[in-house]
Design a protein around this ligand. Sequence first.
Ligand code: GLN
Length: 307
Amino acid sequence: MDPITVLLDEVLEDIRPLRDGAPAGYIPELAAADPEHLALAVVGPRGRVRAVGDIGHEFTIQSISKPFVLALALADRGRDAVLRKVGAEPSGEPFNAISLEPGTGRPANPMVNAGAIATSALIPGDGVDDRTSRIAAGLSAFAGRSLWVDEQVYESESATGDRNRALAHLLRSHGILEGSVDVAVETYFRQCSLLVTVRDLAVMSATLAFGGVNPVTGERVVEEVVARDVLSIMTSCGMYDFSGEWLLRVGLPAKSGVSGGLLAVAPSQFGVAAFSPRLDVHGNSVRGIAVLETLAERFGMHTLEPH
Ligand code: GLN
């Protein structure tokens, strides 16, 4: 093992004994996750991937899809058009909150479900399959390999997705969502059900860290300004109602998902991702947070620290 992999392995073993939290219970397929899974990956500027733990395990991307679909919407429509449909303010509320701006009905930001459903609906396409293919192709470019939907998780999420459906109906009543509610939510459920590994998430994170260029494939996936916009929103809103404390403790733009994935971006340095399904009350991975806190501390990664 090279010295960096040894260090990553040490960090992982240090936090392995943490047993707090539980896998998400509200999507039946996610509740069945093995709570012991644990993995960590880091991708540097030349696209070198270092990964430790359960690195081959696939899980659904869930809310970590949100910043990348936001990137696609920004690239397709431009910032002003996106901001007409969704805000850029931290909501201070849980990820599934009914947090719509009084008057306009705009969701607070694209990282909470209401905002993510509105953002996903900005991706052009005819129907669920066409839209999902575009989203899958875009996220695959960020990951540097083809990503596929886990049909079982999708079915499970769709069967229990009434709260997201209700949010979509509210968005439509405000004119934020223009087309079919069904197409919007089913596309959103399919986007959340794309399968990834911790390595994929680290490569996706690194693509944002290096201004929209995937350091593994060399492909420019989005323009630099789009990557910067996405990182700005991740900084203020990526960890839901823990975003402020996260910025204080770790100091990196980040995004979590209810299957237990967590990615963080060290701009111009590297992309990092962790996976562990036990979640805290905010729906963030307990051991994922601990891993990132430890890494940020040991390597002085806080973005607001003089470098
Ligand atoms: N698909 C999940 C939902 O909409 C995503 C939530 C999350 O990962 N925080 O409820």
